[in-house]
Design a protein around this ligand. Structure first.
Ligand code: SF4
Length: 334
């Protein structure tokens, strides 16, 4: 491996440049094939110690980005560099070694943990796979990891079916921390949990980030979940990033109509404010990535759409530090 010279790569733990992911799919007839573009030329960075929220409805492509960054899925084109290393250039053994720096916490720990393995076996598995420590040291390390995830080590003889959703997610987090990663890819880690457990897990993730100096790529369909943790937010629609900026800018002064609509779906605790606030309500479902609308792909659902929106694709431009792709913010206006 060569020394990193690119200043962007030195400053950032993750650099995603012009990433494209296409999937060949069947299109009706037996021999007809089509290409589904799940991720369409996106770029983003994650600085060391930073949390980036990647938000969008189901089908926006955010989990595909997560899987590529985690080295679980090959890209079609573009670049993904983690800690100065482009996974696509590595041989299988090197890839296995480098991937330990990036671990994933999945949405549903019930399906990501083997049902026939005890908590101890599940958390120990990555340590065994990477030959970390002796048997005795690995056992002690499992206790340490469970304590870090705020779970009593007495739970280590239990099976996933004997635990609550929150306890299982703590096991998933302990397992993800086993190899001392630098980046956790959090793929909807709290969306299957009830409100109070969700808050507990978010607080746990915030504490772990501070204690261990971790970076997070946090995938969510819901902007309210990201509010506490995210330093920056990127909003995805049909495989593209339509708005990207600091958390404060996205929550306090959203620009893209889609971001406004996502924020509008977040309930406000005060019933008077909730009743009186202006909201964009999204009509219909996100279109199929196999039939992306022309021009601005959001034009079929956008309440502010103009005639040119169905013809011209908006260019991304920077407005007050936020990058936005919408004809309401033409490049000449900056
Ligand atoms: Fe709406 Fe047009 Fe902006 Fe797209 S470009 S978000 S359709 S106003």
């Amino acid at each position: 491996m060569t020394a990193i010279e690119d200043p962007v790569q030195i400053a950032n733990l993750v650099v995603v440049e012009d990433l494209v992911k296409e999937f060949p799919v069947r299109a009706g007839g037996l021999f007809r094939r089509a290409t589904l573009t799940a991720v369409n030329h996106i770029s983003l960075t994650v600085a060391r110690g930073e949390t980036i929220g990647l938000v969008g409805e189901s089908g926006s492509g955010k989990s595909t980005v997560a899987n590529i960054v985690a080295g679980l899925l090959p890209r079609t084109s573009g670049k993904v560099v983690v800690n100065g290393v482009d996974f696509s250039t590595l041989r299988a053994r090197q890839l296995r070694e480098e991937r330990r720096h990036v671990q994933v916490v999945f949405q549903d720990p019930y399906t990501s943990l083997a049902p026939t393995s005890t908590v101890e076996s599940s958390v120990m598995e990555p340590l065994q796979a990477h030959n970390v420590g002796s048997k005795v040291e690995r056992r002690a390390r499992v206790d340490e990891l469970l304590i870090k995830a705020q779970l009593d080590p007495a739970y280590k003889s239990r099976f996933p079916s004997e635990m609550s959703g929150g306890q299982r997610q703590r096991v998933g987090i302990a397992r993800a921390l086993a190899l001392e990663p630098q980046l956790l890819v959090l793929d909807e880690p709290v969306s299957a949990l009830d409100v109070s457990t969700k808050a507990e897990i978010i607080n746990l993730l915030a504490d772990l980030k501070d204690d261990l100096g971790l970076s997070y790529l946090f995938i969510s369909h819901d902007l309210s979940t990201l509010r506490v943790l995210a330093d920056r937010v990127a909003v995805m629609y049909l495989g593209e990033i339509v708005e990207q900026g600091s958390s404060d800018a996205i929550y306090d002064a959203p620009k893209h109509p889609y971001t406004k609509a996502l924020l509008g779906s977040v309930p406000v605790p005060d019933p008077v404010v909730q009743r009186n606030r202006e909201r964009i309500v999204l009509e219909g479902d996100i279109p199929s990535p196999l039939a992306v609308p022309s021009g601005c792909s959001f034009h079929t659902r956008c309440p502010e759409a103009m005639p040119r929106c169905s013809v011209d694709k908006p260019e991304a431009t920077v407005v007050d530090g936020t990058t936005v792709a919408c004809h309401l913010f033409p490049p000449s206006a900056t």
